[in-house]
Design a protein around this ligand. Structure first.
Ligand SMILES: NC(=O)C1=CN([C@@H]2O[C@H](COP(=O)(O)OP(=O)(O)OC[C@H]3O[C@@H](n4cnc5c(N)ncnc54)[C@H](O)[C@@H]3O)[C@@H](O)[C@H]2O)C=CC1
Ligand SMILES: CC(C)c1ccc(C(=O)O)c(O)c1O
Length: 253
């Protein structure tokens, strides 16, 4: 698939990796539909895509709400007249041990609300956006690709019962959807990033960053463009489908 003039929706496109991928793809001529919770973040991201030479529109939508997602993807299809891609990127963290004890006394437990919030956004949100994107693509007769952003945490990371479960779930959806959607000329891939430089990591103490980086075989954190170039490769290579690409500097949890 050529990126030039392709219409690609990105959830969580207002900041971080979502915005970085949007700017990267905009520079290659893609037309972006950016989905996020806050209008102001989206406005900045749209302006950055335009600055990069591409076209972009903003859609305020909570990916965990079925009605929002249905309306948003119908609007994207109507506004652009086509849909060729989706990056399921929106995600949240609510880390904590499932059960923590000191001297035999339980001191903390992951609440059902912490579990459910992450499952709702990181897993149900991916299902809803994938379903609605595929629906629009099939109805329009558009070929394209869906990319689920997972994480190396999908292998099981301490303190991330909720997050690891959701990220394993979105990775499991990749071969399922690849098999189901191949007949419509829609490919499905996943990317599992390792530690990537974002606003969050930029605010970490240098000692903590050094410790984190020391454990990565390539001895550096990933850059947002390392993820964006993997997404561009997936869109442009018409014979990749049903697989995960690990972009983690060889770090395995
Ligand atoms: N930053 C990293 O090192 C890594 C990130 N990832 C994954 O990459 C993705 C992006 O991560 P970052 O850019 O670091 O996160 P971030 O927190 O900087 O950005 C996430 C974006 O998603 C949006 N969002 C959150 N909940 C939403 C909802 N219900 N509906 C619509 N939008 C919503 C937020 O408003 C935000 O703009 C996430 O799925 C994350 O799990 C995976 C591995 C490593
Ligand atoms: C533990 C993994 C690599 C990780 C680290 C940081 C974030 C983040 O800041 O959003 C993640 O989403 C992760 O999956």
């Amino acid at each position: 698939m050529k990126l030039q003039d392709s219409v690609i929706a990105i959830t969580g496109g207002g900041q971080g990796l979502g915005r970085a991928m949007a700017e990267y793809l905009a520079a290659k001529g893609a037309r972006l539909a950016l989905i996020d919770l806050m209008q102001d973040k989206l406005d900045d991201a749209v302006a950055a895509c335009q600055q990069a030479g591409g076209e972009a529109r903003a859609y305020v939508c909570n990916v965990a709400r079925e009605e929002d997602v249905e309306k948003t993807f119908a609007a994207i299809s109507a506004d652009f007249g086509q849909l060729n891609g989706l990056i399921n990127n929106a995600g949240i963290l609510r880390d904590g041990l499932m059960v923590k004890a000191k001297d035999g006394e339980i001191t903390k437990r992951m609440s059902l609300a912490e579990w459910q919030a992450v499952i709702d956004v990181n897993l149900t949100g991916v299902f809803l956006c994938g379903r609605e994107a595929a629906t629009q693509m099939i109805q329009n007769g558009d070929q394209g690709a869906i990319i689920n952003i997972s994480s190396i945490s999908r292998a099981g990371n301490m303190g991330q019962s909720n997050y690891s479960s959701a990220k394993a779930g979105v990775a499991a959806l990749v071969p399922v959807w690849a098999k189901e959607l191949a007949r419509y000329n829609i490919r499905v891939m996943g990317i599992a990033p390792g530690f990537i430089e974002t606003e969050m990591t930029a605010s970490m103490k240098p000692e903590a960053l050094e410790k984190m980086t020391a454990g990565i075989p390539l001895k550096r954190m990933g850059k947002p463009d390392d993820i964006a170039s993997a997404a561009a490769f997936i869109f442009e290579n018409d014979y990749v489908s049903g697989r995960m690409i690990e972009v983690d500097g060889a770090l395995r949890l």
